[in-house]
Design a protein. Structure first.
Length: 132
């Protein structure tokens, strides 16, 4: 079970302990069946909770869902880039590379536009769609 806190921490019960994880240190949160894996400060914490529930927490408003099983901290995303015209990846400050789900491309575009590295051949993602 996790609880948001006004002091910008996410309190989680992991390994029999209650931990207060600073939101700024959480890089990404990954679904793992009835658990989530919280990747923070180089450590992965396994927490019994669901990604669907965490997504709705006001404390995690600065996190963006980039895949059905991944939430990322916007501040920790270094770049979003295309591997091919339909396969996109997010590279985080730690060097972790995460797949961006096709269903989430528009959502990622809306929330992480400054971090997009657009490929010239990808017409669907051009900033100026009306130019020749």
């Amino acid at each position: 079970m996790t609880k948001p806190a006004a002091d910008r921490h996410l309190f989680v019960r992991a390994g029999g302990k209650v931990l207060g994880l600073a939101l700024a240190e959480i890089e990404w949160i990954e679904a793992d069946r009835n658990y989530v894996l919280v990747h923070a400060a180089g450590i992965t914490h396994k927490v019994r909770d669901t990604l669907a529930r965490l997504t709705g927490l006001p404390a995690l408003a600065e996190f963006v869902q980039i895949h059905r099983s991944i939430l990322v901290n916007k501040a920790r995303v270094k770049v979003i880039h295309a591997r091919t015209n339909s396969d996109w990846e997010a590279t985080l400050e730690s060097g972790a590379v995460l797949k961006v789900g096709r269903r989430y491309l528009e959502h990622v575009r809306n929330h992480l536009r400054p971090k997009l590295h657009l490929a010239p051949a990808d017409e669907g993602w051009r900033r100026d769609t009306h130019s020749a």
